[in-house]
Ligand binder design. Structure first.
Ligand code: XMP
Length: 177
């Protein structure tokens, strides 16, 4: 598996430090608010599970799955594959996502979820791809800006593989071309 990685972009240690940093900020911002943290499956699973353990206040969690990607390209059409089981009306909602690329997925999610009348809705994305944004999405918390490369690891996949790498790396082009 590791031989398919061209370069390690963010190390395990860097991820850990950043998640701790974000956890401290979220603990302060969500103290006594009992937020509902929504994990966007499946890419954000590792990030969510580490992040929640760095938040020192009560939180609820739920999961949502959307499909938009085919291989390394966004299909442009976003679909809900798995919906929430929690009623979000009147709740402080935090959407946790792995990566913001064109912005289509998060824009779609925000529009769908806003129709359900949450009290507040914020976004926490581990990664933001530089210069790729097609739709402006208000990201309230983020981990790292990354170059326009296809990355895998720490939950992010290519063809459902590489999610279990402990770091985030750039995939060798020959793997997907
Ligand atoms: P959009 O374009 O809607 O994309 O902002 C967000 C979703 O696209 C996937 N994505 C990636 N997945 N490596 C991945 O493993 C990448 O470099 C990458 N870029 C985008 C991801 O599922 C994200 O939720």
């Amino acid at each position: 598996m590791k031989e398919d990685i061209k370069e390690i972009l963010i190390t395990e240690e860097e991820l850990k430090e950043k998640v701790q940093e974000l956890g401290k900020i979220l603990t302060k911002d969500y103290k006594d608010k009992n937020p509902l943290v929504i994990c966007v499956l499946r890419g954000a699973v590792m990030f969510l599970s580490d992040l929640l353990r760095e938040i020192d206040t009560f939180v609820d969690m739920d999961f949502m799955a959307v499909s938009s990607y085919e291989g390394t390209n966004s299909s442009g059409v976003v679909n809900i594959v798995k919906d929430l089981t929690t009623n979000i009306e009147g709740r402080d909602v935090l959407i946790v996502e792995d990566i913001l690329d064109t912005g289509r997925t998060l824009d779609y999610l925000m529009r769908i979820l806003n129709q359900r009348h949450p009290k507040s809705m914020k976004i926490c994305s581990l990664l933001i791809k530089k210069g790729r944004e097609e739709i402006k999405v208000p990201v309230d918390y983020y981990g790292f800006y990354i170059p326009n490369e296809f990355v895998v690891g720490y939950g992010l996949d290519y063809d459902d593989k590489y999610r279990n790498l402990k770091y985030i790396g750039i995939l060798k082009e020959e793997v997907y071309s």
